[in-house]
Write a protein that binds this ligand. Structure first.
Ligand code: G
Ligand code: G
Ligand code: MN
Ligand code: NA
Length: 256
């Protein structure tokens, strides 16, 4: 209702803000990248979570201008970090299925790349299984093109959709992000199904030449298990929640 009508206007008024959450190296435990997560700084309702407005934006089309705004601002931020010497920290940007299937999206992406001058190897797009599977052929073409530009592609929330191994074989992907639901039950000394699954997915990612990110790492016991298994990158509240841009910059400078 209220949200629906005001979303497009809010994009015009740039009422959105990007928060950033670090990813840390499984061995180095240093910041090795980060994910941009959008918030809506609503004039009367306060800071709104993306779960409250992204689905609406996807329904009413506002996700296209909003997604462009997110992409451009995440690129500008990453360009700035790179320019001040925080080099080689890729920014991960969530992309909605609606964006991926919009015929004009790639052209606008190219314009933003040109405008921001961020080296493409510092960009990773996060896509979910369900969105890739809606139109597998079109998705594959789009991903191939994106990767030909030097941009990396990650499969987000891996394991929660209708995971089929044949998609992994056919989709050209750089990174798997195993969903936090598998991480949350990991406990030391407990051989459980989640541990077995994470071990198997780690091996799978390695064999397929993909990087593996574990999401939702909250406890140091989980960190230890994941590191022992050989998981490349860790992300979760143990390191930091998603935080505002300036705060994230400070965090990076401290972890140098
Ligand atoms: O921080 P968290 O509450 O930030 O995010 C909740 C959900 O919103 C996640 O599923 C996340 O993928 C999604 N989300 C966050 N930021 C973006 C964004 O910039 N674009 C899209 N499409 N989804 C986002
Ligand atoms: O769907 P996607 O993976 O893009 O969304 C990331 C979401 O996960 C965001 O809402 C973010 O705030 C949340 N998140 C990040 N780290 C943790 C964590 O350690 N625990 C929990 N419960 N949520 C997390
Ligand atoms: Mn994500
Ligand atoms: Na995820």
């Amino acid at each position: 209702k209220l949200i629906q009508q005001s979303l497009l206007q809010a994009v015009e008024d740039e009422q959105f803000e990007l928060y950033y959450q670090p990813k840390v190296g499984g061995i180095s435990r240093r910041v090795c990248g980060y994910e941009a997560l959008v918030r809506w700084n609503h004039p009367s309702l306060g800071m709104l979570s993306p779960v409250e407005f992204i689905p609406i934006a996807e329904d009413n089309g506002a996700i296209l201008p909003l997604g462009d705004w997110i992409f451009e601002n995440a690129c500008l931020y990453a360009k700035n970090l790179n320019d001040i010497g925080l080099i080689d920290l890729p920014v991960a940007i969530n992309i909605s299925a609606i964006q991926l299937s919009d015929p004009g999206w790639l052209d606008r992406l190219l314009l933003i790349l040109d405008k921001t001058q961020l080296p493409t190897h510092l960009i990773e797009l996060e896509l979910t299984e369900s969105q890739l599977l809606t139109d597998i052929e079109n998705s594959t073409d789009t991903i191939n093109y994106i990767r030909s530009l030097g941009i990396k592609v990650a499969l987000d929330d891996f394991g929660t959709g209708y995971s089929s191994l044949s998609y992994l074989r056919n989709l050209p992907l750089d990174t798997l992000k195993i969903d936090r639901s598998f991480v949350s039950h990991l406990q030391e000394g407990h051989e459980n199904y989640d541990l077995a699954i994470i071990k198997a997915v780690t091996t799978l990612a390695k064999q397929l030449g993909m990087a593996l990110v574990a999401e939702g790492v909250e406890q140091s016991t989980q960190e230890k298990i994941l590191t022992d298994i050989g998981c490349d990158q860790l992300q979760g509240y143990l390191y930091s929640k998603p935080i505002p841009a300036e705060e994230f910059l400070e965090l990076c400078l401290k972890s140098l």
